[in-house]
Write a protein that binds this ligand. Structure first.
Ligand SMILES: CC(C)(COP(=O)(O)OP(=O)(O)OC[C@H]1O[C@@H](n2cnc3c(N)ncnc32)[C@H](O)[C@@H]1OP(=O)(O)O)[C@@H](O)C(=O)NCCC(=O)NCCS
Length: 183
């Protein structure tokens, strides 16, 4: 655990990012992130205020129940809120879903890959997690490139009810991640 420039606790850090945990007081950050149509337009948003409240509550509950959530991300140099990235429960055995939502001013600077790589490494420190699942809107080429860069393997398409579309879907198994790290 370390403390950022604004006093926020980070349980995980990369070169440029600190990972915090969502608290009820973070509602303004959640609101700015999940009401932005540029951020949420390809996964069912933009979301109304009461849905943002439910999303934040769900993240807090996930952390309490499972020890993970889509953790809020902060730029270490100034504490700016970059977005969130992390894990959710998944109905596949011994598998979590991985995701990333960044505020547009931080896109295309490598923050998404930096965060997701740290999430994957962190996930595989948990003995029970054997694989990570991820999916994206068919038009989301940035997500596709990011997941491919990390070694996620295409497993076809799955219906994503919030958009009503078949989303390209991927898996990354622990053994595949270990093999990439050793290569
Ligand atoms: C998808 C999303 C997370 C991608 O974030 P990102 O930070 O732009 O992604 P990356 O880390 O992959 O960086 C992308 C580009 O930055 C470039 N880049 C620029 N400066 C860089 C740096 N210093 N270090 C690394 N890469 C850098 C990379 O070359 C890369 O370009 P490429 O994809 O053409 O190869 C972001 O667009 C987002 O949050 N979108 C809205 C929410 C969303 O759709 N989430 C996914 C739901 S499935």
């Amino acid at each position: 655990m370390s403390r950022g420039v604004t006093g926020r606790s980070y349980f995980l850090c990369t070169e440029r990012l600190g990972f915090g945990t969502w608290a009820p007081d973070d509602f303004p950050l959640a609101l700015a992130l999940w009401t932005d149509p540029r951020v949420t337009g390809l996964f069912g948003g933009p979301f109304p205020v009461d849905e943002v409240r439910r999303r934040l509550d769900r993240e807090i509950t996930n952390q309490a129940r499972f020890g993970f959530q889509y953790w809020p991300l902060f730029r270490r140099t100034d504490g700016a809120h970059v977005g969130c990235s992390g894990l959710r429960p998944c109905d596949r055995p011994h598998t979590c879903e991985m995701g990333f939502h960044l505020r547009p001013e931080f896109w295309r600077q490598g923050f998404g890959t930096e965060a997701a790589r740290a999430v994957v490494a962190h996930a595989f420190t948990t003995p029970d997690v054997e694989a990570l699942f991820a999916g994206h809107h068919p038009d989301n080429q940035d997500s596709r490139r990011l997941l491919t860069r990390l070694g996620f393997r295409s497993i076809g398409e799955e219906l994503y009810p919030p958009t009503g579309l078949l989303h390209p879907s991927y898996l990354l198994e622990r053994s595949e991640w270990d093999a990439r790290r050793e290569a």
